[in-house]
Each structure stands twice: as C-alpha cells, then as structure tokens.
Design a protein around this ligand. Structure first.
Ligand SMILES: [Zn+2]
Length: 298
C-alpha cells in the first residue's frame, strides 16, 4: 500500500496509546485498514470500467446510492442491505456486506450525527477525531444510542476513516445545495453528486449555463491538504467554468487562517481554483442566484 493518510496516522497513534503499543499490533491494524479500504476502491474501479453510455449511467446511479448508504447507515442490518440493493446490477450484496462487521447483541452502541460511530472508553464516548468533533455527552441531541441486537452490523474502521467521516459534512453540503435548488430551481438547475463516478464531489449547473465544480475536503491540517491539491478533472461532461475546494467548517474553525495557508502552500493548484469554507461557499451560491434574479436570467 502507499503512504497512510494523516487521519489514519493520527488514528493509529491513538489506538496505540490505548492498546499495548507493540509493532505487531501496528502492522496488523495498518493491514486491516488497507484491506477494508481496498474493498471500497475495488468497487469504484470496477464501476469506472463500464463502457457504454447506458451502463455508465446505471453505474453512476448505483455508485451514488451505495456511497450515500454507507455514510448514512454506519449501523445497519443484512435485511436493510438486501432490500436497498437487491436490484443492483454492478454492486453485489456480498460486497456491501463485506464492508460491515457484526456487533455484539448484548451491548449498547453509539452514534454521532456529526462524526459517525462512537466508541465507549472508560465511560467516555469518543469519535474518530476528537479535535474536529470532541463533545459527545450522552445528553446531546446529536448523540444517539443504538441497541445491540442479533444481526446489527457496523461499518468497518477503514471505511469509517476514508469515506464516512468526511462524508457526513460533504453530504450535508449536498443536501443544503439541493434545498437551495428546490427553492430557486429557475436559477440553480442541477446539483449532481459524485459526477463522473466521483471525479469530483458536486457539480452545479446554473440557468446562465455556467457550471461550478466542487471538491469537498475535511483534512485537519491545511499544510498536509495543500500538498495534494491539483486542478479538478474537467473533461467531457465534467467541464466547468469555476472550480472550488470547499473546506468543512469544522476544519476552518479549528485552524487559524486555514484557507489562506492552503492557497499559499498549494503549489500545484491553478490560480483560478478557489479555496473557501463551506459557509462562504453557500453564501457564494446564494449571491450567484441573486445576481441571476436581477438579470432575469431564467
Ligand atoms: Zn461527533
């Protein structure tokens, strides 16, 4: 496997501090995280090989459903998986099942609407990244108790790291944009999730035929993020007029001058690609709509 992400490193350090700390356990954990991840990326790679227009559209549709499902259903049951995906052509029930593991029937489980599955240690509930979502008091309205029962499944750790944790704020942005579209559908015509099988995260099409491309990022350290940023893919139906790296509000709030640092440090990023917070991005969309309304551009 390649190098570990910042998140995986942080996570491993945390596990090691709590477990026995032996190298044996590090390599086992790393291997397991990599194996879990491979199961996910293998599905995506296969879907991308669809070679007719119809099969690509179907693969795209199934990918959105699949990715949303694992972010929104970090606990589930085999029955729910079966009911949701029984008509899937490109993703098998077994493959989805392999991304999950069984829970204990006689134990309570916990979930945070903001960061996903929580684990209980010494009576305290902990999420994946305490610095980005740290308060998990049981009385909070975004913290939920899930009763363990026979058949309850939870998503595996490797998938939680890479897909579920950043997926929550990313889907929230998508849902907020969908809401803006419903309200102003004369001006914001389309909000597409994971276009081109995830070449970037969201595509917006406005009534003046302008297209905006968005890639969402939820990486705590702006220097680490900056190193990997390049221009967004823009071939064929993925062409755009403006492109954005939208940073989760929790990352921007957690690190002073976050977007400024990214802009300065991202040497491979084209100047025209904007780096802005989730909150500022939504304002920009609203401003664009106001502008179109003034022009009467329907
Ligand atoms: Zn949380």
């Amino acid at each position: 496997m390649g190098t570990l992400s910042e998140e995986a490193n942080e996570y491993l350090t945390e596990i090691l501090l709590e477990k026995d700390g032996s190298l044996q356990s590090v390599s086992t954990i790393i291997k397991q995280l990599a194996i879990d991840n491979q199961k996910f990326t293998r599905i995506l790679d296969r879907l991308r090989k669809a070679d007719t227009k119809e099969s690509l559209e179907k693969a795209q549709e199934e990918y959105i459903k699949f990715r949303r499902f694992i972010i929104e259903n970090q606990y589930t049951t085999p029955d729910t998986i079966r009911k949701t995906f029984r008509r899937s052509k490109y993703i098998s029930l077994e493959e989805i099942g392999e991304l999950y593991e069984e829970c204990e029937a006689d134990q309570d489980y916990w979930y945070c609407d903001r960061c996903g599955i929580l684990t209980k240690k010494n009576g305290q509930l902990k999420g994946l990244k305490a610095r980005l979502c740290g308060n998990h008091h049981q009385e909070l309205n975004y913290v939920r108790k899930i009763k363990g029962e026979v058949g309850l499944l939870q998503i595996k750790e490797g998938i939680r790291q890479r897909v579920c944790f950043p997926g929550i704020p990313e889907l929230n942005l998508y849902l907020a944009l969908e809401e803006i579209k419903t309200e102003h559908n004369n001006y914001l015509k389309e909000v597409r999730l994971y276009p081109g099988l995830d070449r970037y995260d969201i595509q917006l099409c406005f009534s003046d035929y302008k297209v905006w491309a968005i890639d969402f990022k939820d990486v705590r350290n702006p220097y680490k993020l900056a190193k990997n940023l390049k221009g967004l893919y823009g071939e064929g139906s993925l062409q755009y007029d403006q492109s954005f790296y939208v940073i989760s509000d929790r990352c921007v709030d957690n690190y002073p001058d976050y977007t400024k640092i990214v802009k300065e440090e991202a040497k491979q990023l084209p100047k025209q690609t904007q780096v802005i917070s989730d909150k500022v991005f939504k304002q920009k969309v609203t401003e664009k709509i106001t502008q179109l309304q003034k022009l009467g551009n329907v």
